[in-house]
Design a protein. Structure first.
Ligand code: SAH
Length: 350
């Protein structure tokens, strides 16, 4: 299938030469008229993928309780920014605010700020969290109050560059054209592009770098250096190795060049890169399943189960398993927190 973006990208490559994987991802995801996120709400059974907050309210409840507890432990600031990066449909924040009402003063003190690129999704978010404010990037989050921030499956949507180890140096994986004018992957020399990774890579190995990640993480770290915290959850692991860019359409993987702008494109998140950019303020990385268990998801699941029977009960049990079990999201997804210099981290993290 070709898409409007296929032709736009082919024309650009014909004129200027191959483009980096990060330029390709950026155009596919956020092109103003044909980008994946700019043109649709991709979530749910009828969409292309589903995410933890869409699977069960328990995900947002656990993260919300951790946030609210962190707010209490840090002196209950009477005004703070409760921010979320890439809030999707707004489901996670709605669950956080609902559970947060159990903690007196928390919701009243919070000004919700969403960092969201897509107008379509901003509208969806407004139906669930009408009092939110929206900004385009992390540095636009108001800095006049302590920051408590959440990001679930945001960093995996950030464009990455791919480098392939050659015998002695590196080459960048780019998107070019074959003789018929079809999009294809090509290599261009990139001497010295990936410092410090010679000892743990072999010729042919791929390493991915996310150019936007260090700046975003450093900004968050600076904002919470005295007070506040951030919880980041995403799929990925410690230290990038291997090609992890994937396209998903209607819950089915497809080749990444097949339908630019019509499929979701993501890459695994390099949690080592997050920790390195966090100015010494990052917790240990832990699997999502471990975090949710520490925060008490199983007790919460049992309480919710009491009110359910039949198919609803089966779905609830399946959702708990899906969020926590190592064979499902429990291990593939990881979590990391940022806190003030010298701590503390929010509950669930060390
Ligand atoms: N956190 C949500 C949605 C994850 S999908 C959930 O868990 O369900 C990724 C989200 O990030 C979408 O809301 C998308 O529009 C947004 N997004 C992607 N790239 C972005 C960017 N560069 N700046 C701001 N938002 C972005």
């Amino acid at each position: 299938m070709t898409t409007p973006l296929t032709d736009i990208l082919a024309a650009r490559i014909r004129a200027d030469g191959p483009i980096s994987m990060s330029s390709y991802m950026a155009e596919c995801l956020l092109h103003p008229t044909h980008g994946y996120y700019t043109t649709r709400d991709p979530f749910g059974a009828a969409g292309d993928f589903t995410t933890a907050p869409e699977i069960s309210q328990m995900f947002g409840e656990m993260l919300g309780l951790s946030m609210a507890q962190a707010w209490m432990e840090q002196g209950r600031p009477s005004r703070f920014i409760l921010a979320e990066l890439g809030p999707g449909r707004g489901t996670l924040m709605a669950d956080v605010l609902r559970v947060g009402r159990a903690v007196p003063g928390f919701v009243e003190a919070a000004q919700v700020v969403f960092v969201e690129a897509s107008e379509v999704l901003r509208r969806a978010q407004a139906t669930r969290v009408p009092d939110a404010k929206w900004v385009d990037s992390v540095d636009q989050i108001p800095a006049d109050a302590p920051l408590f921030l959440l990001a679930n499956e945001f960093f995996d949507a950030l464009p990455i560059r791919q480098f392939q180890r050659q015998k002695v140096d590196w080459a960048e994986v780019c998107v070019g054209l074959d003789a018929d004018g079809t999009l294809q992957l090509t290599l261009r020399p990139a001497p010295g592009a990936v410092p410090g990774r010679h000892s743990d890579t072999q010729p042919g190995d791929i390493v991915e770098l996310c150019p936007a990640l260090p700046g975003i993480v450093a900004e968050i770290a600076a904002r919470v250096a005295d007070r506040g915290c951030a919880i980041i959850v995403d799929y990925g692991d410690w230290r990038s190795l291997g090609d992890t860019v994937q396209a998903l359409r209607a819950h089915t993987p497809e080749p990444i060049l097949a339908a630019p702008g019509a499929a979701d494109l993501t890459a695994h998140v390099d949690f080592e890169a997050i920790a390195q950019a966090a100015n010494g303020q990052a917790s240990a990385m832990i699997p999502q399943g471990v975090l949710l268990e520490r925060l008490g998801i199983t007790t919460r699941a049992q309480t919710l189960a009491k009110g359910l029977t039949g198919a609803a009960l089966d779905a609830h049990i399946a959702a708990h398993r899906r969020l926590t079990h190592p064979d499902e999201m429990g291990h593939l997804f990881k979590a990391i927190a940022l806190g003030p210099k010298g701590g503390p981290f929010p509950p669930g993290f060390v």
